[in-house]
Unconditional design. Structure first.
Length: 109
């Protein structure tokens, strides 16, 4: 019984570790189409959506972590209400979104 419990605990610990490690993977899957792998946004979709350069430290200062988390969860619209970035609240967990925002911060040069 003890052994079984230990096995269960290590599986949970391993899964948590695996999830925490996959921000770059989530980035490539969900975000890079617009923001590009390096965060500079020089993709066709990125230019169309009007993304800005995450490598630019000055741009990174224009939003807080909390604002960034909210933007990723709820999406972003322009002044006319047209969607610029779709909401990811249904697709990604809170922890995944937090990890992605931390990842975005590492893209600043
Ligand atoms: C359809 C294209 C598109 C996709 C896909 C996309 N974004 Fe964005 N993102 C944008 C645009 C456009 C902006 C807004 C630029 C501006 O401020 O005008 C933006 C802004 C942001 C910001 C700045 C937040 C703020 O409050 O200004 C963050 C952080 C961000 N995106 C993260 C992500 C993450 C993480 C993903 C993947 C889960 C993602 N984006 C996917 C287009 C996209």
């Amino acid at each position: 019984m003890k052994k079984l419990l230990l096995a269960a605990v290590s599986i949970i610990a391993l899964t948590a570790w695996a999830r925490a490690a996959d921000a770059p993977e989530n980035w490539d899957k969900n975000c890079a189409a617009c923001h590009a792998k390096d965060g500079k946004g020089a993709t066709k979709a990125g230019r169309m959506a009007g993304v800005k350069d995450f490598a630019d430290a000055a741009y990174q200062k224009t939003f807080t972590d909390d604002q960034a988390i909210a933007s990723v969860k709820d999406g972003k619209k322009d002044d006319k209400g047209k969607e610029k970035m779709k909401p990811f609240a249904e697709k990604l967990t809170d922890d995944e979104i937090k990890a992605l925002v931390a990842y975005v911060r590492t893209l600043a040069k």
